[in-house]
Design a protein around this ligand. Sequence first.
Ligand SMILES: O=P(O)(O)OC[C@H]1O[C@H](OP(=O)(O)OP(=O)(O)O)[C@H](O)[C@@H]1O
Ligand SMILES: O=C(O)c1cc(=O)[nH]c(=O)[nH]1
Length: 188
Amino acid sequence: MTAEQTAPTDDRAALVEHIRRLGVVHGRVTLASGREADYYVDMRRVTLDGAAAPVVGRVMRELVADWDFDAVGGLTLGADPVATAMLHAAAATGERLDAFVVRKEQKSHGMQRLIEGTEVAGRRVLAVEDTSTTGGSVLTAVEALRSAGAEVVGVAVIVDRDTGAREKIEAAGLPYRWAVSAADLGLG
Ligand SMILES: O=P(O)(O)OC[C@H]1O[C@H](OP(=O)(O)OP(=O)(O)O)[C@H](O)[C@@H]1O
Ligand SMILES: O=C(O)c1cc(=O)[nH]c(=O)[nH]1
């Protein structure tokens, strides 16, 4: 969220409950960045849950309703179900939103793509993520998208851990929004 976007919706409240119930794990963990933390938010348990995924799609679409883009995606794997949830949420309202997947490494056979799915060159795209800690993962996706000729309009994540992602993403010249904060989950 941003300071201007504080009005909770029923969907957002439901999403917070889904994440609390399915995703929050207490205990010492090593994160993608190599940092150590006292809790983990296993967002795949949320974004791949049959009841929670449609809520994810609606909440994330609402979060960026004033941004102009027609394709969505991010670095595999966390971003993938977020993007497809948004695609299906758009379709459910008669709108069209395409999706893409940024691989961690270029595929070495077949079409040898780094970015799978819809063509991104020359298009306005949204980069998404399930959770951001340092912002490093989503910025890897942003770099690949920019190299492929896409215009990245911003970054949106479900859960922001409030551990530096916002500063890093904004320093890359991108607006950054999140649907749920660590504080919303009673964490941090
Ligand atoms: O903001 P960051 O410091 O980059 O950390 C967040 C990243 O960590 C997790 O993915 P992970 O690397 O565990 O891989 P996965 O999505 O392939 O499971 C999560 O899905 C984000 O992509
Ligand atoms: O930084 C990470 O690796 C990370 C943190 C978190 O809470 N959830 C997650 O899936 N990854």
